[in-house]
Design a protein around this ligand. Structure first.
Ligand code: ADP
Ligand code: GLC
Length: 477
């Protein structure tokens, strides 16, 4: 059994902006179920949604900021969460990283440096809780300084750094190294310096004992210039310590047999009942209720990564086909506007919901026939796995975790019952449209479609084997 301090900036349902939040609660749960002693450390944002008891654990002071650590559990689980409360810096409601205009909070460097410093105090048990982790497992740039700072400690725990997305690096002007009062030894081209900027993610990549990322394909991709954002050289240099472990999903949270958010529960043996969710979804979003027209769903942060520009380019051609689309997402204001303009032009075909809505996300997974995920890059991606579990056939681009989790429909994959979706290669609207047309043909072949749904629903996306890989990794350090 290992003691693991799991450091993250989000954990569902306490706080979530995307897949990081899902993974940073479902992985600690899976590790706990496999007998590990886990503490999840995250900031106590004012918008954090705790349930049940939150009790005082300890207090400390760093750089003159009074800090309190509270203890609670991740709701509906035995996993202990330690919440770092520093009202001086974490005092804003809403998104943990961005202000109302969608710009990073001006004091992000201060906020997450402080959070990392607290993680180091806890890791070294300077908070006197009589709990010293064997492993400190950090996630993404917000906790990237932890392996760097811990590298300066004698008799420190081992460190693992998981990259969920190379596109977010935590880059700040060079002056920050002084204003943040970071140790000078860390400031060099092999350390936190990145072309004259302070890089948080480099703290993880350069100093952690092991680096992981969230799919085997992405582990290879980030060692190339197209996906490495300038860090491909360092990642290739560290390739012996770098491994891709595919994310699992929370199979209790995303289960069509028990899902409280959907209109009609179903399983692989009662697939005909999925239909009720389709009509409920059509009603809910004001689309014509029609059993036979294929209904496409898309749930996403509206950012470049997700191929939203390709979807926008494709839509005028898509609407010539007999189909409907429900898109739920928010993010880039320009994407939001352009999508809404298109929805106004084709109100009986396209519905765009600019919102973040956990329960509608479940109904879309259950009610749609097809799930669109044409990402330009995708470290892992969760929705394509949720979709398969709900018998909703994913259309994905062959990249990162999408390539690792969806099997294209080809004569041989139909023959051996491995086909679960439609996979296309090129990152352009033409290739996406071709894939959509291919999907429409398959959809109208009832037997083949049922076979795809059945294959998809039989896939095991639970955390068990991936969590076991993490435990083996902890033991190997
Ligand atoms: P990423 O982390 O890059 O955003 P993932 O596929 O790993 O992509 O995870 C996205 C998660 O966020 C999924 O659980 C998805 O359902 C959820 N999500 C994204 N946008 C929304 C939204 N607008 N409303 C509800 N859930 C959303
Ligand atoms: C990131 C990635 C996504 C991944 C998620 C959880 O947000 O964009 O692909 O599934 O992290 O690891």
């Amino acid at each position: 059994m290992k003691k693991i301090l799991f450091v993250t900036s989000e954990a569902y349902p306490l706080i979530k902006t995307g897949g990081l939040g899902d993974v940073c609660s479902s992985l600690p749960k899976a590790l706990t179920e496999l007998g590990q002693d886990v503490r999840v450390l995250l900031p106590k944002y004012p918008s954090l949604k705790t349930v049940g008891e939150v009790r005082f654990l300890c207090s400390l002071r760093i750089d003159n900021h009074p800090i309190t650590i509270f203890e609670t559990t991740i709701p509906d689980s035995p996993v202990i969460a330690w919440l770092v409360d520093c009202p001086d810096l974490f005092n804003t409601l809403g998104n943990p990283y961005l202000d109302e205009q969608g710009l990073p909070w001006a004091n992000n460097a201060d906020r997450f440096t402080l959070f990392c410093r607290v993680a180091v105090e806890v890791a070294m048990d300077k908070v006197n809780r009589d709990w010293r982790p064997d492993i400190v497992h950090c996630n993404d740039w917000q906790s990237g300084l932890v392996p760097a700072l811990l590298s300066l400690e004698i008799d420190r725990p081992k460190t693992v750094f998981t990259i969920h997305n190379m596109a977010y690096q935590g880059l700040f002007p060079v002056q920050s190294i002084y204003s943040l009062n970071l140790p000078g030894q860390l400031w060099n081209p092999n350390g936190l310096e990145f072309y004259g900027m302070l890089s948080f993610i480099k703290g993880g990549i350069a100093y952690a004992d092991r680096i992981t990322t969230v799919s085997p394909s992405y582990a290879l991709e980030i060692q190339t210039p197209a996906f490495g954002y300038g860090l491909e050289g360092l990642l290739a240099h560290r390739s012996d310590d770098l491994v891709g472990i595919i994310n699992g999903i929370d199979t209790n949270e995303w289960n069509p047999e028990t899902d409280p958010y959907i209109a009609q529960r179903y399983n692989v043996h009662s697939l005909h009942e999925k239909q009720f969710n389709k009509s409920e979804l059509q009603r809910r979003v004001n689309l014509p209720v029609n059993e036979h027209v294929p209904l496409f769903g898309l749930i996403s942060r509206l950012v470049e990564q997700k191929g939203i520009d390709m979807v926008i380019e494709c839509l005028p051609d898509m609407v010539d086909l007999p189909m409907q689309l429900v898109l739920l997402g928010n993010g880039d204001k320009d994407f939001e506007q352009r999508l809404q303009n298109l929805a106004h032009l084709y109100p009986d075909k396209i519905v765009i919901i600019i919102d973040y809505d956990e329960s509608l996300a479940h109904l879309i997974e259950a009610g749609a026939d097809v799930f669109l995920m044409p990402s330009r890059f995708e470290p892992c991606g969760l929705n394509q796995m949720y979709s398969q579990r709900y018998g909703t056939i994913p259309v994905v681009r062959k990249t990162g975790g999408l390539a690792d989790t969806v099997v294209d429909t080809l004569p041989e994959t139909l023959n051996n019952n491995s086909a679960t979706g439609i996979v296309f290669k090129e990152a352009n609207a033409g290739a996406l449209l071709e894939a959509i047309k291919r999907t429409m043909l398959l959809y109208h072949n009832h037997d083949t479609w049922r076979q795809l749904q059945t294959n998809a629903m039989h896939r095991d996306f639970s955390w068990r084997s991936s969590a076991e890989q993490y435990i083996a990794l902890y033991h190997s350090i």
